[in-house]
Design a protein around this ligand. Sequence first.
Ligand code: UDP
Length: 443
Amino acid sequence: QAINPSTTHVAVLAFPFGTHASPLLSLTCLLASSAPHVTFSFFTTSRSNASLSASKTVLPNLTLYDVSDGAPDDYVPSPIDPEEEVELFMKVTPDNFRSAMASAIISDSFLSFAGDLAADVGAVWVSLWTGGPCSLSSHVYTDLLRDRVVPARCDEEMTLGFVPGLSGLRVRDLPEGVVSGRLDSVFARLLHTMGQEIHRADLVVLNTFDGLNPAVLSDLKTKFRQCLPLGPINLLAPLPPEPDRESCLSWLERHEPRTVVFISFGTIMTPPAHELAFLARGLESARVPFLWSMRDAGRAKLPHGFLERVKGRGLVVGWAPQRAVLAHRAVAVFVTHCGWNSVLESLAGGVPMIGRPFIGDQRINARVVSHEWGIGVGFDAGFVSEKAVKAALEVMVRSPVGEEMREMARARAEDAACAVDGGGSSRANFERLLGLICERGHV
Ligand code: UDP
């Protein structure tokens, strides 16, 4: 297939909240450096562009563009309602993206209207689901779930055996807005529409790899025209290393292999004060070394005198270079909210998890980690006591059960590394995506 270098232009549309835009930009950088004759334009809000470390990558054929976020000039994001920003942003779509005239449009799957944009300009539509395949499935099957679950009066413990590949999940693991919570909120409707529209994409790209969730993946492959799992994107297209301003890595160097607990709840969540107190006291009484990445909102909620008492054994930082931390041999276990990026980074480092999920897909991810992969334990109802936290830490750091989980996590890490390596399935799928884009839409 002949390539016409003058007209091949790929527009990439990001969802600008949480950590969505990051893997999309990493993948775009890799595509752009692998296809120097193709021009790439990456569209997200200015705040999102500014927050992306990969946005500093300079490639002659990649340009970052700001789109309006719909918020007034003096807007301050609401600390209690993360959906408010999303609502403002969705109000100004798709006009803020309409300048994206392209041969192919690669969008975050959340932005279903990208399918119409692509159709308007005759472009191929590539839809990237940045989360895990089980959560995608819960949105693809939302109507079926609503039919089955709501009339049965929402038995929280009921398992989802009637959805292909989700038999290990329970109703309570589903993201809010699927069968519970506000089904008509902007965000619930966005996800419902996404689940119904995504099959229109010429290509669905997933941030996972063949073999990780085989049952759900093989079902999803029957639903889409083409489905390319090419993750973990954090391994396929690694970001430049995060700065280590608070010397986490040299602190880890001073510890024996597999002895340190790493704690981080991602970029959005802070556990409520009583749970932070259980976690802090559990860490104190288990007497384990720990590295805790904590926003300022969390520090204010810590038990009185905690930071002084754990000095020397615990390091509390505002931001940690998480990927490098999880790849460090000193880390024994990761206490996480189970955001999909964190889960994949932990898996890539061969580190088992203690999951404390909060919202969205986090409960599904936590359940998959503990019950499907067997590389973690879950606190799906939150940290309930100091004793429970202490027991979980002791099991994961000091017992043969923890060691066994670490071994299983290391095996998963090897699978992930093989998938993105030359000859691996994710690498091959990336090459297919690249070929399709370079051929300007011959999907
Ligand atoms: N992260 C980091 N250092 C921190 C906290 C978070 O580098 O101290 C990064 C982490 O490596 C991951 C992302 O922030 O890539 C969090 O993404 P995830 O999907 O886990 O959660 P979200 O923030 O979207 O809830």
